[in-house]
Design a protein around this ligand. Structure first.
Ligand SMILES: *Cc1c(COP(=O)(O)O)cnc(C)c1O
Length: 373
């Protein structure tokens, strides 16, 4: 028998979540953000499942874009950190990738490159180039100030090979629906949009679900596609998301410890009474967080039980007091169906994003509800 740990990826839930994003704004469209191996779900399988719905995909770098092209994805692919060196430009142009420009050095390299290509009279620019221009409206990570962006925009717009420039910005606090930073960021981008009369893109998942004023142009949902709420509190729309990944394993050992016995490394957990303890085939060597606190919820046979003791590399231990009938071979759910990844993350001093993206390749992904070929 194989090690029982698997990640089931429900592609019907993925499509449902994408549709929920689209439904928020009939006049918008939504890029599917599939960076970081589609938040751990498998970029190729996820993109193929959305190929008839999403007009474009977004990834962090050209290597991630190449994976999608190699799998037969023909849509435009937005590179949301742009290019890292000029040597990427020929591929970007021939493969119809849409680079984001966030810094002056990128503008200079692109302008130089295009000047050389145009001189050489090459036909590869026949369809033109679409660009994304990043405006720093308050995140203070990447991007131009509004004044700089306006200048760069005019400079690039004057080049005949560039046929579309989308202004984009990233929201720092959109998951907090009371935070006024989001309004300021939106106003800045909208002011620039009016000045330049061009398309914009600002809505990440929390804005797609919770900030109607941001729902314009291209939405950029990421985490919500995978069925995790971007909010910490319950939220009417986010509660309609369906979990895509269910991390499943089995009990590989069950024993009852006497009172005052401890479990695992560092003897962190000690029983106060006779206690059934199960061992689950799943550990930090699979990407389950080692920082999981005592009592982190784990579902055994559909019943919530508690992590007991430190997570090991290949195993973790669970207090089966709530599920005393449990036996070797019984099903364990670490997160997903009926146990929100957010709930688990909140016991691990982290967020759903890290749990999903840090799931290691060692865990076999099993795809359910694939689209018919
Ligand atoms: C990752 C990312 C997104 C998606 O963010 P979520 O919070 O996962 O929806 C959108 N835009 C940019 C620029 C990103 O880097």
């Amino acid at each position: 028998m194989a090690r029982p740990l698997v990640a089931e990826i429900n592609l019907a839930a993925l499509r449902h979540n994408y549709q929920l994003a689209l439904n928020q704004s009939p006049t918008s469209t939504a890029l599917a953000v599939v960076k970081a191996n589609a938040y751990g779900h498998g970029a190729v399988e996820v993109a193929l499942a959305l190929v008839h719905l999403a007009p474009a995909f977004a990834v962090a770098c050209i290597e991630e874009a190449e994976q999608l092209r190699a799998a037969g994805i023909t849509q435009p692919i937005v590179l949301i950190e742009g290019f890292f060196e000029a040597s990427e430009l020929p591929t970007i142009i021939t493969q119809n990738y849409q680079p984001l420009l966030h810094s002056q050095w990128q503008v200079e390299q692109l302008v130089n490159y295009l000047a050389n290509v145009c001189n050489a009279d090459q036909p590869m620019l026949g369809t033109g180039l679409e660009l994304w221009l990043k405006v720093d409206t308050g995140m203070h990570r990447l991007g131009f100030t509004s004044e700089e962006a306006a200048k760069v925009y005019q400079q690039l717009k004057a080049l005949p090979v560039i046929n579309k420039i989308t202004l984009t910005s990233h929201l720092a606090c959109a998951d907090d629906l009371t935070n006024s930073v989001t309004k300021d960021q939106l106003q800045q981008l909208q002011a620039l949009q009016q000045q330049l009369d061009c398309p914009i893109s600002i809505a990440n998942s929390p804005a797609t679900l919770g900030w109607p004023a941001a729902q314009q142009g291209y939405l950029r949902p990421g985490i919500m596609l995978y069925g995790a709420s971007p909010f910490s509190a319950s939220h009417a729309l986010a509660d309609q998301l369906q979990p895509v990944m269910t991390l499943k394993s089995k009990l590989i050992s069950v024993k009852t410890l006497a009172a005052n016995e401890s479990v695992g490394y560092g003897a962190r957990f000690t029983t106060t009474e006779p206690t059934p303890i199960g061992v689950v085939a799943c550990g930090y060597g699979d990407g389950y967080p080692r920082q999981a606190l005592e009592g982190t919820p784990i579902k055994v046979n559909g019943i919530i039980c508690k992590l007991a003791g430190r997570v090991s590399m290949d195993m973790l231990t669970v207090d089966l007091t709530n599920c005393p009938e449990a036996q070797v071979g019984d099903e364990v759910i670490l997160w997903g169906e009926g146990l929100a990844v957010n709930e688990v993350a909140s016991h691990c001093e982290t967020i759903s994003y890290t749990l999903l993206t840090c799931l290691l390749p060692r865990v076999k992904r099993i795809y359910l509800n694939k689209p018919r070929a």
